[in-house]
Design a protein around this ligand. Structure first.
Ligand code: AMP
Length: 326
């Protein structure tokens, strides 16, 4: 699929001596995995090229992968090819200097409401951006090599963004791409240990979430984590944000939400769902995202309540008109 686009991108990679890889702010495994994976692929095939991963923020939880690169001068951007990975809109690019690049490529799997770049390769149905990077490798495998390191980064993004290959967007192609990555000899034991082992205190925090979560009449499960709670458990905002996943397996609750208070008092909302589509709800509250995983921001507790009421109404309508949900 999209062979012509991939050819164009590979040609640009071949032609530029300096390439800058960027991703979205508040990175997840897919954003970090895809940038590090693509860099490792390019460096293995073209060791003489300058390839940088330059962003303005980083993720503590992924620090075991190693760091990114230090920024370079503005002049150096002018001769570079910029590739932005896993980032739906220009506002979310974690490097505002992307505008300085000589040419820009967008590679993404989010809904393409804000196209940007000179070349744009977007496949919305992909379970992860790393799946697209794996596919890119497979397309050009006669010209590229797959070091274990690259396969590990790419596989990490595939595993994390597909919820360990459980999301509905996981299909046979996903697993075929994953199989090729595993073939490079990834140490999955170590990878999963780094990704999924938690401190003892983390389970105390988890218990707190389960004690304090709420459920609306029609089945919206939600939790509000204010700054005080984050301080009490010594959480980074990133750790607090992970609470949304604790609510993902409650029967009858087909929408679940985590509200996290930020230091500037804004409240970030993480929305997740089964069966029912929620990105329009997120868009109503200055956000967006995928059908079943979106993000938004509310400015007050009052607005938070309004969002919960809207989500409850959404479930009510869905349950009245559909069968087969659990
Ligand atoms: P999150 O809960 O922040 O991980 O977001 C889930 C998905 O929604 C991610 O794929 C994000 O790209 C997307 N998303 C999160 N926040 C926003 C936003 N403010 N605007 C548009 N998309 C968002």
């Amino acid at each position: 699929m999209n062979t012509e686009l991939k050819n164009k991108i590979f040609e640009k990679i071949r032609n530029y001596n300096r390439i800058i890889l960027m991703r979205h702010i508040r990175p997840d495994g897919d954003a970090v995995g895809s940038t590090m994976g693509l860099k490792a692929l390019i460096k293995a095939a073209f060791p003489q090229k300058e390839v940088y991963i330059i962003n303005e923020d980083f993720s503590d939880y992924l620090s075991f992968l190693g760091g990114e690169d230090a920024d370079i001068s503005r002049e150096m951007y002018g001769e570079a090819l910029g590739i932005v990975l896993d980032t739906a809109s220009p506002e979310r690019i974690s490097n505002k200097k992307y505008v300085l690049c000589k040419e820009l490529i967008k590679i993404d799997h989010h809904i393409n409401i804000s196209p940007y770049g000179d070349i744009s390769w977007v496949e919305e149905e992909r379970s992860s951006l790393c799946e697209m990077i794996a596919d890119f490798y497979i397309t050009f495998s006669s010209e590229l090599t797959l070091p274990k390191e690259a396969a590990t980064y790419i596989y990490l993004g595939m595993v994390t963004d597909s919820g360990r290959f459980r999301t509905v967007s996981t299909n046979s192609e996903t697993l075929q791409c994953a199989a090729v990555m595993l073939g490079a000899g990834i140490d999955t034991d170590r990878l999963y240990a780094n990704l999924y082992l938690e401190e003892y205190d983390f389970y105390k925090y988890k218990a707190f979430i389960y004690r304090n979560m709420k459920l609306t009449k029609n089945g919206v499960a939600y939790i509000y984590i204010d700054r005080k709670t984050q301080e009490r458990f010594g959480l980074t905002t990133e750790q607090a944000c992970n609470a949304v996943s604790f609510l993902d397996s409650i029967k009858n609750s087909i929408i679940w939400l985590a509200f996290i208070e930020y230091p500037d008092e804004s409240i970030r909302v993480r929305l997740r769902s089964r069966f029912v589509t929620i990105n329009q709800l997120a868009e109503k509250y200055s956000g967006g995202g995928h059908d079943r995983a979106s993000g938004a921001t509310v400015g007050s507790v009052k607005e938070m309540r309004a969002l919960i009421r809207d989500a409850d109404k959404l479930i009510k309508e869905y349950k009245e008109t559909h069968e087969g949900w659990l």
